[in-house]
Design a protein around this ligand. Structure first.
Ligand code: FES
Length: 106
């Protein structure tokens, strides 16, 4: 999820630590312009395998592209670091981020 646009792990974030920060979840991120682009790119690239990790991946990708609309490979790697995918969809995730950024075609 995002707290004031910053990706955090919901599973380890106590509600007492949220305070007045704005919470955005995977259910709401597609209502933002960047989130909608990321979700469309995820579909176009057929990114998920089992899907388990994908909500977190999309939230991190959306936060990245909100602050860095045309990220380098190194910026993508840094922003996505720690989002594990047991299905190893990392190549498709990076491709989808570049598609969402308009850097590549699906
Ligand atoms: S798509 Fe299966 S864990 Fe990432």
């Amino acid at each position: 999820m995002h707290l004031d646009g910053v990706p955090v792990r919901a599973c380890v974030t106590p509600i007492s630590g949220v305070g007045e920060q704005k919470v955005t979840t995977i259910e709401g991120v597609g209502k933002t312009a960047v989130g909608a682009k990321v979700q469309a790119a995820w579909k176009a690239v057929d990114t998920p395998q089992c899907g388990y990790c994908q909500a977190g991946q999309i939230m991190s990708a959306t936060a990245l592209l909100t602050t860095t609309p045309k990220p380098t490979d190194e910026e993508i790697d840094a922003a996505m670091n720690g989002n594990l995918c047991r299905c190893a969809t990392y190549i498709r995730i990076k491709k989808a981020i570049k598609v969402a950024a308009g850097l590549e075609k699906a």
